[in-house]
Design a protein around this ligand. Structure first.
Ligand SMILES: CC(C)(COP(=O)(O)OP(=O)(O)OC[C@H]1O[C@@H](n2cnc3c(N)ncnc32)[C@H](O)[C@@H]1OP(=O)(O)O)[C@@H](O)C(=O)NCCC(=O)NCCS
Length: 163
């Protein structure tokens, strides 16, 4: 079975910007792939964002020299991962997360601000992502609620109902 490699995102390299854009398009079309409902940026905003090196580490996941996804690590110890649909279910998402957690160590805890472990913020409706992090031994440590102000409705989240 061909392995994957992690290669640092390089905005100057032909195709990286466009590939990351393609992933963004998919995430913005599926509410469950996001935890915050942000608008899709313009291509110009996207380029500026990638150029800014916003994450502590950001890799393109490659398999047989083909881009099949990305994995990133934020300055808040959060892991993000995305594999393109045609390569899902082969263990590459889990492998990419394993690799990034081997390549880096969590930044030390800052009480009240930063956990001293890697974390993944996952929409509760994102079955695939929950399964991936659970298959790595991840445990749920909190439920985060968006709390509306009077008259405001956050609408699309998942609510638990009492029966
Ligand atoms: C989440 C995602 C990265 C998973 O990648 P993947 O390469 O398909 O996952 P893997 O093949 O490595 O699977 C890892 C585990 O999750 C399980 N899993 C993956 N997709 C699943 C699904 N749709 N339903 C149930 N379980 C699923 C696998 O069975 C495996 O567990 P197992 O070994 O116990 O069987 C991929 O679905 C994706 O890119 N989704 C869109 C972006 C996204 O939502 N990112 C996460 C934001 S936090």
């Amino acid at each position: 079975m061909a392995d994957i490699t992690l290669r640092a995102v390089d905005p100057a390299r032909d195709g990286d910007i466009e590939f990351l854009w393609q992933l963004l398009v998919e995430r913005s079309a599926h509410a469950e792939m996001n935890i915050s409902h942000q608008r899709m940026p313009s291509m110009r905003e996207h380029i500026a964002y990638v150029d800014r090196h916003p994450y502590r580490a950001w890799y393109i996941v490659e398999r047989r020299f083909e881009r099949i996804g990305m994995v990133c690590l934020t300055h808040q110890n959060e892991i993000g991962v995305h594999i393109i649909p045609e390569h899902r279910g082969g263990g590459w998402g889990r492998e990419a997360v394993k690799r990034i957690t081997k390549l880096h160590t969590p930044l030390p805890a800052v009480p009240g601000t930063l956990p001293g472990s890697f974390v993944a913020n996952v929409n509760p409706a994102n079955v695939a992502s929950r399964a991936l992090f659970e298959s790595l031994g991840g445990i749920v440590i909190q439920h985060t609620y968006l709390v509306p102000q009077p008259g405001e409705d956050h609408g699309e989240g998942e609510r638990e109902t009492k029966t």
